[in-house]
Design a protein around this ligand. Structure first.
Ligand code: FUB
Length: 329
């Protein structure tokens, strides 16, 4: 059990943690992060430095802690279809069961998305034999809407392999995305089946457009989608937030429909220390919080990250105030 925690500081320091997906289940806050491994291996654009093997679930009864580490919830050795790189996960609750969604490379080196179940929000989670049929790439974010329909958002460029799926089938040698003046590659969304274990619909590409309804183009690196989707609802709008990767921002776009198109609105989080940025947004005891990570605890080592949080504020028109991660509010 870790002592009290403060905004904009690592919530745990005994593990490197990243990619936090925060949820409130039964009045308690649960954080589902990646578990970064401490190693001295090379760092490259393919993300080989992110060698994660397992997941720990963290929980907090109140926003100032303490934080409880519930130990190993799932390990790659227990997932029949997976070979390595247990990247950014998410969790959902439906039908009395907790579902844990995670990406990993299969035995052919292709990223897929798996699901595991438990009767407890902290696991241990029992994985399904196979990955979700029709799933690919990384960073699942699962959203259960008020009408009980559930959607899985996913996808990531570069090491996340989304460029290789542009035709709908996996083309291992494709490295390039669209030309800079063409619509950028969008994240994918699929509706989940009633039992939450398979896709009910084929993954669709989400369109992100500017204020004139024109698609954000691939060369617009301050606004185009890169990885790490998250969906939350506020005042009847769906907010799709994501990382811009090469420009290191968390930005957002809104829609009246969970499947878009989404209109780009602005920046939520300015760049943090470290290459990746990844987040989630959660309402807890009538306040909104952004969970994110940076590499301050490791002095900037990209694969040794730490989960942090900070309060998030909306303006009256529903836009989100931009957060500077190193300026205390
Ligand atoms: O943690 C590994 C990868 O780095 C995640 O899947 C991406 O979102 C980025 O944070």
């Amino acid at each position: 059990m870790t002592k009290k925690v403060h905004q904009n500081e690592p919530i745990v320091t005994h593990l490197y943690t990243a990619d936090p997906s925060a949820h409130v289940f039964d009045g308690k806050l649960y954080i589902y992060p990646s578990h970064d491994l401490d190693h001295d291996g090379p760092d490259n654009d393919n993300g080989d430095q992110y060698r994660m093997e397992d997941y720990h679930v963290l929980s907090m009864k109140s926003i100032d802690g303490p934080v409880e580490d519930h130990d190993e919830a799932l390990h790659v050795r227990d997932v029949p279809w997976a070979s390595k790189q247990m990247w950014a996960p998410d969790a959902a609750y439906k039908n009395g069961t907790y579902y844990f969604y995670f990406p990993a490379r299969d035995h052919d080196g292709v990223f897929r998305i798996g699901v595991a179940t438990s009767q407890s929000p902290t696991g241990p989670f029992k994985p399904e034999e196979n990955y979700i049929e029709g799933s690919y790439s990384i960073d699942p974010a699962v959203f259960v809407d008020q009408d009980n329909r559930a959607y899985c958002y996913f996808g990531g460029l570069w090491g996340g392999q989304l460029e290789k799926w542009q035709t709908g089938t996996f083309l291992p040698h494709v490295e390039e995305g669209p030309a800079i003046d063409q619509p950028a590659i969008g994240p994918r969304v699929a509706e989940l089946s009633e039992d939450m274990l398979s896709f009910k619909t084929e993954p669709k590409e989400i369109s992100i457009v500017d204020e004139d309804g024109k698609p954000i183009v691939a060369g617009d690196e301050d606004r185009r989608y890169f990885e790490g989707p998250w969906i939350h609802k506020y005042n009847d709008y769906y907010y799709l937030s994501y990382s811009t990767g090469t420009t290191h921002k968390i930005v957002y776009a809104i829609s009246k429909s969970p499947e878009g198109p989404f209109e780009f609105k602005g920046t939520i989080l300015n760049p943090v220390i470290g290459w990746t940025t990844h987040h989630s947004i959660v309402e807890f005891n009538n306040k909104w919080y952004l969970f994110y990570h940076d590499c301050s605890l490791s002095d900037g080592v990209n694969h040794k990250r730490s989960v942090k949080f900070t309060e998030l504020h909306y303006n009256e028109d529903g836009t989100i105030q931009t957060i500077d991660p190193y300026k205390q509010s």
